[in-house]
Design a protein around this ligand. Structure first.
Ligand code: GTP
Ligand code: MG
Length: 360
């Protein structure tokens, strides 16, 4: 999963990137567009506890990649570059960092997070509108040259595109549009930016961390919606905390009265925005967490683990992570009827520990 950081120039993208990836990318833009890429293992207390119990030889966490593009999406009122938009279109979700911190906490200057969020959303919508227009022109040509009877699919796509363009004109992001599974498939290849899950993170002043819950609630009310997750953090502070050991950071957080770990919160919101759930495979050789879209079946996730496992799928056994911990072993879980047998069409639940039996 790739998450692309976007925002205005100097909104704190690199600072947040360094905090979340515990990296050391340098702040500032250098004119180029090559993003810094950081891989983050998703901390997972459930997997930690399962592995304490089963003691596998190896532990594997799920990973996400963050891409930090230097500079703003718009620079001095110029439209985003085609290369920047193309790179973002390859991401699975976008993380918008809006600036609310001041350079000088005593100064009166203020940064309006809402107007930045509004402007970036508008840029993404412009990019999508341009993309849909290009697609509409191509379809016009292909409909005109097609034989009757071969036009149906193209004409359906034309109608769909018209509907999407109207939604953008009304200021609605495409992710909020009700679409059938077929329509979703049709547009998935376009990689439209307002159709991607979005995490909005307000980068607040250190002085405001006492009000973080209040700020998040306000933001969520204004910007929350389908496929959008909203949060706040203090990038500078999180970056400093990321340089400490876990114990020191926890102590520091407690002193500051900062209950939530901002980087963990960002990771969690990213996962929520992507609509992913986590399941586990825990055996002697390896304990592993996997992320999969909500609604995945046992057969879908078998294919994720290995194509052979999907091909030879016989059945699966599953137990909730908490139930397995309560029982203390697979054998005991089986005895108490907590370890259930399910088929290919079983819809995997968040927190399931799965064992797939297969034959190749
Ligand atoms: N006071 C304060 N300063 C911050 C915070 N986050 C970032 N900064 C400072 O703001 C400046 C810009 O931060 P960057 O992280 O480089 O911002 P950016 O969005 O990556 O900038 P570009 O890549 O140039 O667009 C740096 O001097 C940071 O130290 C914050 O939460 N509080
Ligand atoms: Mg930067």
């Amino acid at each position: 999963m790739d998450l692309g950081l976007i925002g205005q120039q100097g909104s704190g993208k690199t600072t947040v990137f360094n905090a979340v990836t515990r990296g050391h990318a340098s702040a500032g833009s250098f004119g180029g567009l090559e993003p810094s890429i950081g891989v983050v293992k998703q901390p997972d207390e459930r997997l930690d506890r399962l592995c304490d119990l089963i003691k596998p030889k190896k532990v594997t966490f799920t990973e996400v990649r963050y891409l930090d593009f230097p500079g703003g999406l718009t620079v001095r009122d110029q439209s985003p570059s085609a290369a920047h938009l193309a790179a973002l279109s390859q991401c699975d979700a976008l993380v918008l960092i809006a600036r609310a911190f001041r350079d000088d906490p005593t100064a009166e200057e203020s940064f309006d997070g809402d107007s930045q969020i509004g402007e970036i959303n508008l840029e993404l919508a412009f990019a999508d509108a341009a993309m849909l227009e290009r697609r509409a022109q191509k379809l016009d040509i292909s409909v005109r040259s097609a034989r009757p009877g071969e036009r149906d699919a193209d004409e359906r796509e034309q109608t769909l595109i018209q509907r999407l363009r109207e939604a953008l004109d009304r200021g609605e992001p495409l992710r909020a549009q009700p679409l059938t599974a077929d329509e979703r498939r049709t547009i998935s290849g376009y990689q439209l930016l307002t159709n991607k899950p979005l995490v909005i993170m307000l980068n607040i002043d250190e002085g405001d961390i006492g009000r973080i819950d209040e700020i998040e609630a306000e933001l969520t009310e204004r910007w929350g919606g389908p496929g959008v997750q909203v949060g706040a953090l203090c990038g500078k502070l999180e970056k400093e905390l990321a340089e400490l050991s876990d114990e020191e950071a926890a102590e520091f957080r407690a002193d500051l009265g900062l209950e939530t770990d901002g980087t963990a919160r960002l990771l969690h919101l990213s996962q929520q925005a992507l609509g992913l759930l986590t399941f586990y495979t825990v055996g002697e050789p390896e304990g592993r967490a996997w992320a999969t879209p909500a609604g995945s079946t046992a057969l879908d996730v078998a294919a994720k683990i290995h194509t052979d496992i999907a091909r030879g799928f016989i059945r699966c056994e599953t137990v909730g992570w908490q139930e397995l911990l309560d029982c203390g072993s697979y054998a005991e879980a089986r005895k108490r009827g907590q370890l259930r047998t399910e088929g290919k069409q079983y819809e995997v639940q968040d927190g399931d520990v799965l064992h797939i039996l297969f034959n190749v």
